[in-house]
Design a protein around this ligand. Sequence first.
Ligand SMILES: Cc1ncc(COP(=O)(O)O)c(C=O)c1O
Length: 476
Amino acid sequence: MAAPDPAELPKIIDLASREAARYLESIADRNVRDPRAEEVAASFRGELLEDGVGAERALEELVAGIDGAVHSAGPRFFHFVNGGATPAALGADWLASALDQNTGAWVASPLGGELEWIALSWLRDLFGLPAEWGGVLTTGATMANFVALACARRWCGLRHGVDVDDVGLSGLPPIHVFGSGYVHPSDVKALGMLGIGRAQVHKLARDGIGRLDVEALDAALAELDGAPSIVIGSAGEVNAGDFDPIATMADLAERYGAWFHVDGAFGLFAALSDRTRHLVEGIERADSVIADGHKWLNVPYDCGFAFVRDPSLQPSVFGEGAAYLPALDDPKPNWGYLGPEMSRRCRAFAVWATLRAYGRNGHRAIVERSLDLAQRLAAMVDEADDLERLADVPLNIVCFRAHPRGVPEDRLDELNRRIAAAVIADGRVFFGATAYDGKAAFRPAPVNWRNRPEDMDLIATVVRELAAELAPTRSS
Ligand SMILES: Cc1ncc(COP(=O)(O)O)c(C=O)c1O
């Protein structure tokens, strides 16, 4: 019978660290996805054992199955605007597992509790958000949106004289939510989970791309005649990295008394560079702002952050005590009373460590490197006669498609979708397809501190090669 034994720990930690180091050393030379990935993953299927195989063997099996993973920590994964993990963040995250801190209650980890407080204040400083705002670390941007929109929901209820966290939403008129066509699905999902309802989201787009119709937003807010509502600004949309006009939306929200929420899952990092800061001008006038940690901050999964202007809202929404739990008015931060989870992983270790290790300049350098790499790819696309850029590149996403000479417009979507599938199967680089202005397109995004110029060049090379292979001939 294999039961855990403290004596096995040194060997296990050594094995995990040796194999992880070996893996990470090799990651730049591996294809991003092994053609056998699904087969390798499926090889793990099997019944629960009565007697386990032991820790060493279990970990060896896991290591042997590494090709079932996608090597997204490496430099050539450009899908989904995913980040990597800086060395400091990775090391600190391992320590979070080793120390296994529960940062729900201050008493359970003063270190975790204090570092979350410090990490959040450093992040506010980094993004230019006011120091007195509330905040919390979450599992990612979806839950950060949930936290922010839960505070918005409470605020809307209070404007109607109702404590929705106590008595619920029934009896209240619908809460209308407005944004451009860029509103991210995670905001819509959060609104569904909050009982505000997905159907209350009104996307006021002035074109097929989704850009905000400012006049329509003005008119919609005016029509509400002061009834509380929520405006969502998108700081960095997922197809081309475009931004809603944040300052204009802040003006309108102020004029009509709406809650203004900004989803800056990756785009909030525009605040770090003089080259892009103008894109988020006005965020400090929002009521809530969120971003991801596991994207451009380059900390491991899972990590996001929510910031809320009125720090009294979070404890009212998320504080729920019990005799065995800390007092609700405990002056120390009990993070389980400020966000959805009670027991929670110590995400602060990784956030604190990467900010401490590399500082403002190091993280600005990561952002500016991504900006440069995106411009490099954009220039390659522009120079190639068989590639077509579909959008400006204000940030780090390059939206383009293959457009080989002679292929008619009505065959391009099918061709580009086939290329997208072939890119994943090919495995040298990795990115996905989208629909941009009704056209099938690619949207690779450098966000990982490991991305290099040659990795960007390979994106263009692979697409051109696959396009030449897959393009319909006159007879097909
Ligand atoms: C703008 C935006 N908001 C929210 C999210 C959701 O983030 P997460 O997957 O970390 O929950 C994303 C993720 O891609 C995003 O790009």
